[in-house]
Design a binder for this molecule. Structure first.
Ligand SMILES: [Zn+2]
Length: 180
C-alpha cells in the first residue's frame, strides 16, 4: 500500500536536487571570495561539462556571472559553440544577459532555485528563455531548493550590510577621536 501522505519525488526531481546542491557548493566559492553567492553547473548525460560561480567583482568584469563562466568553460571543453542536450542548474534566476546566452548556446533545459524579482529574465521581470518570437526556447523548472538558494543570498546581504554599518561606525568613531 502506498502512503498518500508521503510526498512523491520522481527520479528527475531527485536528480535536479542533486545538481542544485552542486551549484550551491559553487555559490559558496563565490561567497568566500566576497562575491554575491551564485553558482551554476552545466550537465550533459549526467556529467559536469562546465561550472562557474560569480566573479564580477574580483575579475572587474560585469559579465562574469556564474552562468556565463559555466557556459564558456563547457563550450571550450566540448569545442562547440552549441551546447545541445545540456541542462544548466543555477541557484538564482538568470538575468537578461545570461538568459540571452542560454538561447544563443542552445542549452536544452534551465533549472533554477530562487526567483530574482529585480533582474530575473526567466519569468520574473521578463521571459527570454521561453520567448515565442526567439529561435530557441528552453524547458524551464524553477523553485528547486528555492529556500536554500534564497537563504544563502539573504544571509550574505544581511552580513554585508552589518559589515558596512560597522565600518561606518568605525570611521565616525575615529573622526570624533580626532576632533577631541
Ligand atoms: Zn547573469
Amino acid at each position: 500500500m502506498t502512503d498518500i501522505n508521503k510526498p512523491v519525488t520522481t527520479v528527475l526531481q531527485q536528480n535536479d536536487e542533486h545538481w542544485m546542491h552542486y551549484a550551491l557548493a559553487l555559490a559558496d566559492k563565490a561567497e568566500q571570495a566576497g562575491e554575491i553567492p551564485v553558482g551554476a553547473v552545466l550537465v550533459k548525460d549526467n556529467q559536469v561539462v562546465g561550472e562557474g560561480w560569480n566573479m564580477s567583482i574580483c575579475q572587474h568584469d560585469p559579465s562574469a556571472h556564474a552562468e556565463m563562466l559555466a557556459i564558456r568553460q563547457a563550450a571550450n571543453q566540448i569545442k562547440n559553440y552549441r551546447l545541445l542536450d545540456t541542462t544548466l542548474y543555477v541557484t538564482l534566476e538568470p538575468c537578461a544577459m545570461c538568459a540571452g546566452l542560454l538561447v544563443h548556446s542552445r542549452v536544452k533545459r534551465l533549472v533554477f532555485g530562487a526567483l530574482d524579482a529585480k533582474t530575473g529574465a526567466a519569468g520574473s521581470v521578463t521571459d527570454l528563455v521561453r520567448h515565442p518570437a526567439l529561435n530557441h526556447q528552453l524547458e524551464v523548472t524553477s523553485g528547486v531548493l528555492a529556500q536554500l538558494c534564497a537563504d544563502k543570498l539573504s544571509s550574505f546581504f544581511r552580513r554585508r550590510r552589518q559589515e558596512q554599518k560597522a565600518a561606518k561606525a568605525l570611521v565616525q568613531a575615529e573622526r570624533q577621536e580626532k576632533q577631541r
